[in-house]
Write a protein that binds this ligand. Structure first.
Ligand code: UD1
Ligand code: MG
Length: 455
């Protein structure tokens, strides 16, 4: 089958009024990626070599977004929404290029899996002209019903056009189908709009192909993979299903999730085997974690790379550009942004490291802040290998702490510190013997005199 060329036509012209959103429905994200991008991913995984997106509502915004997640896709505008067959025909130019398989998909069905699409394409490879993806929803109301006879699909009847007997059929149209490229335009051009909604139904090609003596079949996908999103409650439902799939996949790949239902992945999260993720951890886009790391509870991580055997959190925030090398430690209430924490370095408590390098084996004391921003520009802090930064230090960038440099706690460091030097950036301590006791006595007698005067 791999030799067969395939065009995926993704319908996404709908308004999605029930989302109650200024943004086109299919751009709402699941795991940080627009739902239509999930559909594109599935199409590609099922071997689609061409992509045609049919857009309408919010066309400009859609084009911009498509540029990001599917730069090679062609977009076609369906000016008036006259039905799913009419929508597919908006991509006529692409279909006419002569692909072996046309895979019609919906932009609002983000959980569709590549296997279900590949199964439909396989039927075309075996000689079918149309292979419709069916599913069995718990409640079939609203879906087109698949009417089969002797293992063949004879018709798809929309709910509104169904007889009472047909309404009892549980096998429904998921909406997606594979159509032989050499039949697609001929069949689509024959579709009329003589039905309850007065729309040009894609589903009519089933009967039209049958009438021509062509082979039409149905395949079956899981209910979840055919879940269509119409409102934000369904969006959350799809998110939950996606997350559950991903957690399971991570665990089967060797990642320990102590409370999997509390860990949230992004569409591109990568975690190596033998990494342990404690409860309530959130991964934003762009996270890569190697093996044997520990991510402690309540950590918030995005755009970060974490090498093997690192220790992160609890309550750590790793922002984009955080790059933790082997055995680095970033502890509680620490934030790291655009900074490399080299091998074995420790940033253990209440610290901000931004636009910086922390050299291998360096130790950053509690409450250290890299002052990287003057309100206008960002500056770099370079902390050398094996340096020791005492607690509550402010490192005012741009500044360099040399290899093995030692910063006294409470310092405000505004000048670079050479290798192995000791730097104090604070007032020297003064200690006055017995002065504490004297002071206490003076205050006590003053308070007593005030009390007497008031009586
Ligand atoms: C469709 C199917 C139905 C199936 C159901 C599964 C048809 C005629 N019916 O019905 O059998 O059970 O999906 O969810 O195909 N779209 C356009 N332009 C149009 C019309 C639709 O781009 O002119 C897009 C929509 O944005 C959407 C998809 O096509 O992504 C499906 O359209 P929708 O109106 O939701 O079809 P259903 O009535 O749900
Ligand atoms: Mg629908």
């Amino acid at each position: 089958m791999s030799q067969r060329s395939c065009l995926s036509v993704i319908l996404a012209a709908g308004e999605g009024t029930r989302m109650k959103s200024a943004m086109p429905k299919v751009l709402h994200a699941i795991a940080g990626l627009p739902m239509v991008a999930h559909v594109v991913k599935a199409a590609e995984a099922a071997g689609a070599t061409g992509l045609a997106l049919v857009i309408g509502h919010g066309a400009d915004e859609m084009r911009k977004a498509v540029q990001k997640f599917a730069p090679k896709a062609e977009t076609f505008v369906q000016e008036k929404r006259l039905g799913t067959a009419h929508a597919v025909l908006a991509a006529r130019e692409a279909i006419a290029k002569g692909y072996d398989d046309i895979l019609v998909m919906f932009g609002d069905t983000p959980l569709i899996d590549a296997a279900a699409l590949a199964a439909a394409r396989q039927k075309l490879a075996e000689g079918a002209a149309v292979a419709v993806i069916g599913f069995r929803p718990p409640n079939p109301t609203g879906y087109g019903r698949l009417i089969e006879k002797g293992g063949r699909l004879v018709a798809i009847r929309e709910e509104k056009d169904c007889s009472e007997a047909e309404k009892k059929i549980g096998f429904c149209n998921a909406g997606m189908m594979a159509v032989a490229g050499n039949q697609a335009l001929r069949l689509l051009d024959k579709v009329g709009n003589n039905n309850a909604k007065g729309e040009f139904y894609l589903t009519d090609i089933v009967e039209l192909a049958g009438a021509d003596g062509l082979d039409v079949v149905a395949t079956e996908a899981s209910f979840e993979s055919a879940l269509g999103i119409n409102n934000r409650a369904e969006l959350a439902e799809a998110e939950a299903i996606w997350q559950a799939r991903q957690r399971r996949e991570a665990m089967l790949a060797g990642v320990t999730l102590i409370a999997p239902e509390t860990v949230y992945f992004s569409h591109d999260t990568e975690i190596g085997a033998d990494t342990i993720v404690e409860p309530h951890v959130w991964f934003g886009p762009g996270v890569k974690i190697a093996s044997g790391a520990k991510i402690h509870a309540f950590s918030h991580i995005e755009g970060a790379t974490i090498a093997s055997n690192c220790d992160v959190g609890p309550f750590a925030r790793l922002r984009p550009g955080a790059d933790l090398r082997q055995k680095a430690k970033v502890g509680n209430f620490c934030e790291v942004k655009q900074a490399t924490i080299e091998e074995g370095a420790k940033v253990n408590h209440l610290t901000y490291i931004g636009d910086a390098r922390v050299g291998a084996g360096a130790n950053i004391g509690a409450g250290t802040i890299t002052c990287n921003y003057d309100g206008f520009s960002k500056f770099f802090t370079d902390i050398g290998e094996g340096a020791f930064v005492g607690s509550n230090s402010a490192l005012v960038a741009p500044v360099t702490i040399g290899k093995g440099g030692y910063i006294a706690s409470g310092s405000v460091i505004t000048e670079s510190v050479p290798d192995d030097a000791l730097a104090f950036g604070r007032a020297r301590q003064k200690t006055l013997p017995r002065k504490g006791k004297e002071l206490r006595e003076r205050f006590a007698s003053a308070a007593a005199a005030k009390k007497r005067a008031a009586e």
